[in-house]
Design a protein around this ligand. Structure first.
Ligand code: IDC
Length: 368
């Protein structure tokens, strides 16, 4: 194991001990057909012998909920109960390479009481296309850190410009074959195959999804897949359509959810009404939202954001706020410079949007 990784794991173990949890590893996994199941070791000897930490510490979201599965319109835990996952999206990992680290993710888990991190890997704008092996390995490293903490990890193939996911079809196949193989035995990885399709028809998105999902499933048969929707993952609303185009012609795959994104200062009651309606028919996941306008900057509209999160709670729709970063834009949850340090817990390091979402996640946490 590389020295850097050892250090990272030592840092996490220290954070876990500080939080009063059992020393790692405390859970193991066994394979039954295609299903990886969590089992609690029966003896200390077995605990000490456990080769890998797949479920994270006792009481962590993954130790509690195990392998997830889409059940009707909800996301269910391994016991078949609908759950709402609450988490944070990274900013582009090429823009903020320092913000996903063992300390920041330990704070996300132990202090924010979040369930997951979304790892946003841009494809363009200096992302994956410039260094496929390097970005794949950065994503894998973040997934390993999340796994050790017992956080779920969403691997986000962050297409944005151009908006037609088919432009990146071959890159997507290569990337998802690699990451799904690397994490096939973990219960905590969710695959998001296209961040925000735009300027492209639902037919073309569906065709892309039906080519990429089999690549994921070939390596990781039980991994939940998130599919982006038309018009910047607006269920088509930005293009004057709505959820009916998906209901009438769904992606031909099971165990998938459709993503819906909103920015609270731009999107209000009319879009909430559509989500309220669509949630009865489609499994939805809000893999990204912001408290400001869709530019990701400007004043936060926390009243609108609160209405949105209340709606998502009522339907148990999971969400991630953009973004777990320390930039200048109002979407950054951390004050500028935070990611150069090791302190991420508490409110001193947070911005207005950061304080808002930490409070919200903490108050809704059920996984501790
Ligand atoms: C924004 C970033 C900004 C960056 C821009 C283009 O905040 O720093 O310059 O992307 O890369 C989305 C996208 C997300 C956007 C975000 C805010 O998924 O990449 O981030 N947003 O504009 N959809 C709606 C809003």
């Amino acid at each position: 194991m590389p020295r850097r990784r050892n250090l990272a794991i030592a840092a996490i173990a220290a954070a876990v001990v500080a939080a009063g949890w059992a020393v790692l590893p405390i859970a193991n996994a066994e394979t039954e057909g295609d299903t990886v199941r969590m089992v609690q070791p029966e003896s200390t000897a077995e605990t000490a012998a456990a080769p890998e930490v797949l479920a994270g510490p006792a009481g962590s979201p993954v130790a509690v909920n195990g392998q997830l599965r889409v059940c009707d319109v909800n996301l269910c835990n391994e016991a078949g109960e609908p759950i709402q996952l609450r988490g944070m999206s990274s900013h582009g990992i090429q823009f903020f390479p320092d913000c996903l680290n063992p300390d920041s993710l330990a704070a996300l888990r132990n202090d924010w009481l979040a369930d997951f991190v979304r790892i946003s890997m841009y494809v363009q704008e200096g992302g994956f296309e410039t260094d496929p092996a390097g970005f794949t390995s950065k994503v894998n490293e973040a997934v390993e850190t999340a796994t050790t903490l017992g956080l779920y990890a969403i691997i986000d193939f962050h297409i944005l410009t151009p908006g037609d996911p088919n432009f990146n079809l071959e890159r997507a196949k290569t990337f998802f074959a690699d990451v799904a193989a690397a994490h096939a035995d973990k219960p905590n990885v969710i695959y998001e195959i296209a961040n925000e399709p735009n300027g492209v028809s639902w037919d073309d998105i569906k065709s892309y999804a039906e080519q990429v999902i089999p690549v994921v499933r070939a390596a990781d048969p039980d991994g939940v897949v998130l599919v982006g929707t038309r018009g910047f993952s607006s269920l088509g609303l930005t293009d004057g359509s709505d959820e009916s185009e998906i209901i009438n012609d769904p992606v031909d795959a099971d165990n998938i959810m459709y993503t819906f994104h909103f920015y609270a200062a731009s999107h209000g009651a009319d879009r909430r009404a559509v989500v309220d309606r669509a949630a009865a028919s489609l499994p939805l996941f809000v893999s990204e939202f912001g408290t400001q306008t869709f530019t990701g900057d400007g004043p936060n509209d926390l009243a609108s954001a609160t209405e949105w999160l209340d709606l998502l709670k009522s339907h148990k729709i999971g969400y991630a706020m953009w973004s777990f970063s320390d930039g200048r834009e109002s979407n950054s949850a951390f004050q500028q410079g935070t990611c150069q340090g090791t302190e991420y817990a508490g409110t001193d390091v947070l911005t207005e949007s950061g304080n808002f979402i930490r409070d919200r996640i903490r108050s809704g946490s059920t996984s501790q």
